[in-house]
Design a protein around this ligand. Structure first.
Ligand SMILES: [Zn+2]
Length: 676
């Protein structure tokens, strides 16, 4: 297929330049990537060969402009590969992920380019550029050095080989986990649904219909497993689904993720040493707010002991309830969510299943968009004329208070085969103002169980707010350079906008206005509202333990002195023993399916990012509590400035401009109900 009939290479005349999804076929990507990488190579070569001495415009800005076609094609490709993977697309991903990694490495390691950037960097104080430009230059220089541009030729060749191989391994890891999640099924008959409330049955029925099977279908999607574990009265079936769930990534012995992990860790360690760091964690954190693994681990450890104490208390409470409920066996991991649900009912008269009709998807979307309007003056209007890549995807136009266009927001809510698990934000286009302002096209993915109506759990509704926080970070960005746009901030600052947004889901005002019964329109009774808020910190021992243990494990794996010899299973159990992992709680993500770490490099030695950012969001939201108004206009305007800034300024500078001081850690423990 030549360029002439390849929609990926055309100018898009769709509304707002959204990709013309209906015309894009998997076969278009190969030729488009060939053309786009060639164009990018030529652009970078031209920068290096420029006879004029390097200046900000002909080097740094020129590099920001370079590769626009590749960015555009890559965004379509990787978004579709994540949420609408077909065999054809997966094959293309296996083929192109390493080729693109090699291409990126070659660009970053281009000696002519690096010598120009290094020359500019050396005289940066005398360039007279604006603060965002100075930061762009400093971070570009640092990124090139961290990619290996300052190494000798052999070192650069090795860095390219490592990046290329890692891309192959990351892709294989992600596809293995997806295969396990797609293939495993538990089909039940009516007699086996004991304890399951209507919303769980409806979703399982729907999943069965989609899959063309009789009965009720449960999969390894979190939105299928967690409600089953919380409500099924059949302990044997809970155990069955739980055992499969924790073995994702190792269900088929032919797909050996342990071997992939060993090789990934060894390559990352080698790369770190080539660049003068002790290990990957030290290398990764050198470019974060934390700065060093010790700082991140100190925060994780500060939460770990109180979390363990709380979890032990929780387990004792659950055991007492279980005994009263006729279960004489000790609380096992597949019991925890079930008895925790009973505990919420017993302690707070908070029956989550009975409240669910108040947390219907449409109502929660109204809550979300209302929050964006009240805090930031942004309105969201659904548009049917914007192309989408699947019938379930919805498109919205984000507008400023004066009605002008701010960006496009695509929302892809439901779990389906071919979509990876979890929830995430991504973009088809980031904003920039290199010439004129280009508006962003942002997408949120969730994995809700599809049903009519779609009733959300408290956690799912909160996740909706979380991902929309990332989306607003992308939509509100006013950075002029693409490298500084939206979520392109230091890794451990990325989760601040998303996590801070979660707070608005549970402000009483939001719940009073929007948590309405989907059929009757009735507001949540005040008593139920109070119970809901009181029960919010319930289970924080469990939640903190499963998260912090995963983050500590991540750090230990990436500080391992000889990962090429790693016996993963032995390491995992020894490590859990060493940190004193409470019985009956497992890692939120075991290494064999830990996609944050192994299906890409972004969160490798970075699972702590969430807790690091939580120090900021807990402390930051307290600012609103201190003034007694969650929509205080002055504070909201200062918060908006963080969303708009992207990476144009250092994160701590942005935060202190908002808060008036640096964050205090105690807000985090208060928020989780773990303060002594
Ligand atoms: Zn997030």
């Amino acid at each position: 297929m030549g360029g002439m009939d390849n929609p990926l290479l055309e100018t898009w005349t769709t509304p707002f330049g959204v990709p013309p999804f209906d015309r894009i076929r998997p076969a278009h990507f190969g030729p488009a990537f060939e053309a786009a990488t060639a164009a990018h190579r030529a652009e970078v070569a031209a920068i290096g060969a420029d006879p004029a001495p390097p200046d900000f415009v002909n080097t740094v800005e020129a590099l920001e402009r370079a590769g626009a076609l590749l960015t555009r094609v890559g965004a379509v490709f990787f978004n579709l590969a994540a949420s609408l993977a077909s065999e054809e697309l997966q094959a293309a991903e296996r083929d192109w992920a390493p080729k693109l990694a090699k291409h990126r490495a070659e660009v970053m390691l281009d000696p002519a380019l690096f010598s120009r950037v290094a020359a500019l960097h050396a005289q940066r104080a005398a360039l007279g550029v604006a603060p965002d430009q100075l930061r762009l230059l400093e971070r570009l220089h640092r990124n090139l050095v961290r990619s290996g541009a300052a190494l000798d030729e052999a070192g650069r060749a090795r860095m390219t080989a490592i990046s290329t191989r890692l891309a192959t391994l990351h892709t294989a890891f992600g596809q293995n986990v997806l295969a396990d999640e797609n293939e495993w099924r538990m089909v039940l008959g009516e007699a086996e649904l004991e304890g399951l409330p209507d919303f769980v049955r409806v979703a399982a029925r729907h999943a069965a219909e989609e899959a063309g099977v009789e009965g009720w279908l449960f999969t390894l999607s979190r939105s299928s497993v967690e409600p089953f574990l919380a409500y099924s009265a059949r302990r044997d079936l809970r155990e069955r689904i739980w055992r499969a769930w924790v073995m994702r990534g190792a269900l088929d012995p032919a797909r050996d993720n342990a071997a992939l992990i060993r090789e990934i860790l060894a390559l990352r360690a080698e790369r770190a040493r080539l660049l003068g760091h002790a290990d990957h964690a030290e290398y990764r954190l050198a470019d974060t707010m934390a700065g060093h693994p010790d700082a991140a681990e100190a925060l994780l450890r500060a939460a770990w002991e109180p979390a363990k104490r709380r979890a032990a208390e929780e387990r004792a409470e659950l055991a007492a309830l279980a005994r009263a409920g006729g279960q004489n066996e000790p609380i096992e991991a597949w019991d925890w969510r079930f008895w925790a649900e009973s505990a919420r009912v017993a302690k707070h008269a908070m029956d989550a299943a009975a409240l669910k009709p108040h947390f219907e998807l449409e109502a929660m979307l109204r809550a979300l968009f209302d929050t964006a309007q009240r805090l930031f003056g942004i309105t969201m209007e659904e548009r049917r004329d914007i192309p989408v890549y699947h019938p379930d995807v919805r498109a919205f136009e984000a507008r400023n208070a004066d009605g002008s266009h701010r960006g496009v927001f695509l929302l892809d809510n439901f779990a389906r085969a071919g979509k990876r698990s979890g929830a995430w934000m991504s973009s088809f286009r980031v904003t920039d103002a290199l010439d004129q302002r280009v508006s962003p096209i942002i997408v949120n993915n969730n994995n809700m169980a599809k049903a009519t109506p779609t009733l959300l759990s408290f956690d799912e509704a909160r996740t909706l707010f979380h991902e929309f926080g990332h989306a607003l970070h992308g939509l509100l960005s006013l950075a002029r350079y693409p490298s500084q746009a939206g979520t392109n901030v230091l890794g451990d600052f990325v989760e601040f906008p998303s996590q801070v947004m979660e707070h608005w889901f549970s402000v009483p005002e939001t719940l009073r206005t929007h948590a309405r019964h989907h059929a009757t329109g009735e507001a949540l009774p005040e008593e139920a509202l109070r119970a809901l808020l009181a029960a919010r910190n319930e289970g924080q021992g469990f939640a903190t333990v499963e998260y912090v243990s995963s983050a500590l494990m991540d750090m230990a794996l990436h500080r391992h002195p000889a990962p090429e010899t790693l016996d993963l299973e032995a390491f995992e159990s020894a490590f859990l023993a060493e940190i004193g992992m409470p019985e009956a709680i497992v890692l939120r993500h075991r290494p064999i399916h830990f996609g944050h770490l192994f299906s890409g490099g972004g969160y490798a030695a970075g699972y702590y990012f969430y807790l690091w950012a939580e120090v900021l969001d807990a402390d930051g939201f307290e600012a609103f509590e201190e003034v007694g108004d969650p929509f205080d206009p002055d504070l909201a305007a200062r918060l908006k400035a963080i969303f708009e800034a992207g990476d144009t300024r250092p994160p701590m500078e942005l935060y202190t401009a908002f808060r008036g001081r640096e964050p205090k850690v105690d807000a985090l423990l208060r928020k989780r109900g773990l303060a002594a």
